[in-house]
Design a binder for this molecule. Structure first.
Ligand code: SF4
Length: 376
């Protein structure tokens, strides 16, 4: 039985132009219907599993879960706890934005056992925040992180590089400010221009300019050196943590273990079957209001497909694939499955083999997505 659960809360104050997550903005009148639909989806899960499930991690993501009012947040957690019982040392994470994370909301989160906050700070430079259409300032972000420490000391920051017009100096400054703050974990993402986002369209019309590859690469390398010099461990392509502060919920994904997932666009992985809910918030709502399943895609993976996915996910971790453990788990030879791609990438300097592990080199990290898909 899976021991991790993800709950998707699809509401935001504003729909940032680069974001392609499943969410709605300015549709808060849908929040009561969302809670009802989520209740129905959780009830349906309960009929299958028959009892409350004990879990090691709960991740409430979005969207912006803390966009919900304190009262609604309370109802949401009451609902989650009716179906999932966290173990004594469970990690309970909530995604939040600096604006709106008031004392009242922090109180509710703490009361319900939340012990990790993932803050969508993105930058401490107001010009970059404006380009990203974020609704907070750098100063607000600093103040929020400091305040959170008194409620929920395990704080993680999301930061974005490669934003149009962002300079190397601005990125460096953001990293430096982050390192002055009481945070245990930092995620750094290169901005992507996802199809169907306003940013993509603006880029196509020449209104936004992509950051040159060379500068983006320099920004990523700077993040690696600054953050690791400050004592954070680079444990996954985009993630850095102080000792024992890795995100345990995300480790479940990267270890290709099982997890439950609820809400629009949420994907679960149970018994070798990946099920993805419809991304449209309204379609998901309508389906579950009538207690009809809102699964859009369901795929049962063969043992070989599971193994290939596990390679892909493990390569995202700096430790890489533990070859003997992988072969015991799937009963397949790693070298046969990895085929010619393995030797080619080793020869090209993108992958390295050290004792039992195969992992990305620093050069490989810079083109991780390209390397990883070769194992699918
Ligand atoms: S606040 Fe976060 S989830 Fe919401 S639209 Fe912006 S980037 Fe997306």
């Amino acid at each position: 039985m899976a021991r991790a659960v993800y709950i998707h809360v699809p509401f935001c104050l504003h729909h940032c132009g680069y974001c392609d997550f499943a969410l709605v903005a300015n549709r808060d009148h849908l929040i009561p219907q969302y809670l009802q639909a989520l209740n129905n989806e959780l009830q349906a899960h309960r009929r299958i599993v028959g009892d409350v499930v004990e879990v090691d991690t709960i991740f409430v993501g979005g969207g912006t879960p803390t966009h919900l009012s304190p009262e609604t947040l309370r109802s949401l957690f009451t609902l989650i706890h009716q179906h999932f019982r966290p173990t004594m040392n469970a990690e309970i994470s909530v995604e939040a934005n600096p604006d709106g994370l008031c004392t009242e909301r922090l109180d509710v989160l703490r009361e319900h056992g939340v012990n990790r906050l993932s803050l969508g700070v993105q930058s401490f430079d107001d010009a970059v925040l404006r380009t990203l259409e974020r609704t907070h300032t750098g100063a607000q972000a600093v103040e929020t992180v400091r305040r959170c420490e008194q409620w929920i000391p395990n704080v993680s920051l999301d930061l974005i590089f490669g934003v149009p017009e962002q300079t190397a100096a601005s990125w460096r400054r953001t990293l430096e400010v982050a390192l002055t703050l009481p945070v245990r974990h930092i995620s750094t993402y290169g901005l992507t221009f996802e199809k169907d986002t306003p940013f993509f369209r603006r880029e196509q019309h020449g209104q936004l300019k992509r950051t040159p590859d060379k500068l983006e690469r320099q920004m990523y390398l700077e993040a690696i050196s600054k953050l690791t010099d400050a004592g954070l461990r680079h444990y996954e392509v985009s993630n850095f943590a102080h000792p024992n502060s890795e995100c345990r919920h995300n480790m479940v994904y990267w270890n290709a273990d099982e997890y439950f997932a609820f809400g629009p666009g949420a994907a679960s992985y149970l018994g070798g079957v990946r099920r993805t809910n419809v991304r449209s918030v309204v379609r998901w709502l309508k389906a579950w209001q009538q207690s009809e399943t809102a699964v859009e895609e369901s795929e049962e993976l063969s043992n070989e497909e599971k193994a290939r996915e596990a390679i892909m996910l493990a390569l995202r971790m700096r430790q890489g694939v533990n070859v003997p453990a992988f072969e015991r788990r799937f009963g397949l030879r790693f070298a046969e499955l990895a085929g010619a791609a393995l030797q080619q990438h080793v020869d090209d300097g993108f992958l390295m083999q050290q004792s039992d592990f195969v992992s990305l080199t620093t050069e490989g990290l810079l083109i991780a997505d390209t390397i990883i898909v070769d194992f699918l």
